[in-house]
Design a protein around this ligand. Structure first.
Ligand code: NAD
Length: 225
């Protein structure tokens, strides 16, 4: 089941569905219709039905979806029953903010180790997370079995750090720097660029006004990522 090939846009919506289903479960709700779900998560119901169809027929006409079954299903797909430890490299302005946030609410992801070349911050604990010097990068990642890393370092050093991460068997990198890093095919990169996101938003407002999708959310758009 975990190997089901799904479009990237669908994959991005899964955590949104998951969060809302948890709320329904807490409220003791047994079933939910795609219309109800649609209103709550701001994704149109046709998209929801299509998203769910990638995993087989999960809903019944006239009944909707069984909350517990759906939740168990997403939990498995999203790996929510295992805690994923993530490393953060570069504890500067952005790195500090991410450490402080640390994803823990409603998610099973947490930053468990941070690294920085700056001696003033290495060997300290920031927002409850130990910060190691870069000389310990490979050792710690392997020992702590960390396979995901977040990069919040200056662009000048990002490629060399990426190479070190690959060397330490990292499988996924969330890259906050504006530089596009080179990795082997076995490593997946997710680029996050706030400037880009904001410029895209401005572009859509200027060119299309309010006509972007039923609920105004671009995450319904299959071609967008
Ligand atoms: P910053 O200068 O405050 O922090 C960078 C940190 O990296 C510092 O703590 C520094 O000691 C550390 N560092 C430098 N060289 C290193 C090395 N070789 N190994 C390990 N650590 C090293 O910068 P910032 O404002 O936090 O920005 C960090 C990166 O994130 C930059 O590339 C910036 O362009 C990018 N950024 C992205 C977004 C976004 O939306 N994606 C937003 C803001 C900043």
């Amino acid at each position: 089941m975990a190997e089901t090939k799904i479009p990237r846009a669908t994959a991005k919506r899964l955590p949104i569905y998951y969060r809302y289903l948890n709320i329904l479960l807490d409220a003791d709700k047994k079933r939910v219709s795609s219309t109800e779900l649609s209103e709550a998560v701001k994704v149109d119901s046709a998209t929801i039905r299509r998203d769910f169809s990638y995993f087989g027929a999960l809903g019944k006409r006239g009944y909707g979806y069984d909350v517990e079954t759906l939740l168990a299903f997403f939990k498995k797909i999203l790996n929510q029953d295992t805690l994923t430890n993530v490393a953060l490299i570069g504890v500067g302005n952005l790195g500090h903010a991410l450490l402080n946030f640390n994803f823990h609410k409603n998610s099973n992801v947490r930053i468990s180790a941070a690294f920085d070349v700056n001696e003033a911050i290495a060997n300290t604990v920031q927002s409850g997370v130990p910060v190691y010097p870069m000389t310990e990068l490979k050792k710690q990642l392997i020992e702590q079995q960390i396979e995901i890393a977040i990069l919040t370092v200056p662009t000048t050093v990002v490629q060399e750090i990426t190479d070190d991460l690959v060397d330490a068997n990292v499988k996924g990198i969330m890259n906050f720097t504006p530089l596009r890093i080179s990795v082997p095919e076995t490593v997946r990169v997710q680029n996050v660029d706030l400037t880009n996101e904001l410029q895209t938003l401005i572009y859509f407002i200027e060119h299309y006004g309010q006509q972007l999708g039923e609920n105004g959310h671009d995450d319904q758009n299959e071609t967008q990522d």
